[in-house]
Ligand binder design. Structure first.
Ligand code: SF4
Ligand SMILES: [Zn+2]
Length: 145
């Protein structure tokens, strides 16, 4: 079984059997922290969640188990989310779908969630800003002509 704690296990014939993390190293899903130092671990876990067919059920399970718990009582990566992601979801201020790294949405999500901006997101944001500046220059050029 994957990283689910024994006292929260549901019957064996549930969605868990299809979990993409069944044979994964459980330590990936329970890093000691979620700040920049632990991002490679968090990202490795989320890469497994990315291809998991039962990510929605897994996230439901975590949200149900954690209820209204505040941040410090939430642990682990479930359904492609960090504890902070789930806190936001439970408060109605977050999305169930993690913005993908390497996109402008991913860049904004780093800021919203207080996680360090990764290289791919930084690049995506720079490309966005460069394109916006290009658009503004074009508009100015057309207005001046
Ligand atoms: S979504 Fe992630 S943590 Fe949940 S079962 Fe799938 S791989 Fe495991
Ligand atoms: Zn990123």
């Amino acid at each position: 079984m994957s990283h689910y704690s024994p006292d929260t296990l549901e019957p064996a014939d549930t969605w868990r059997k299809q979990a993409a993390c069944l044979d994964a190293d459980t330590r990936l899903f329970h890093p000691r922290g979620y700040d920049g130092r632990y991002m490679p671990i968090v990202s490795a876990a989320q890469a497994i969640c990315d291809r998991c067919p039962v990510a929605a059920q897994c996230l439901d399970f975590a949200l149900r188990s954690e209820g209204k718990a505040h941040g410090a009582l939430r642990h682990g990566i479930y359904g492609d989310t960090t504890p902070n992601d789930r806190l936001q979801i439970s408060r109605g201020t977050g999305s169930r779908k993690r913005a993908k790294c390497g996109t402008r949405s991913g860049y904004k999500a780093h800021h919203r969630l207080g996680t360090p901006v990764c290289g791919d997101c930084r690049k995506a944001n720079s490309a966005y800003v460069a394109a916006r500046i290009h658009d503004i220059d074009k508009t100015r050029g057309a207005a001046a002509a």
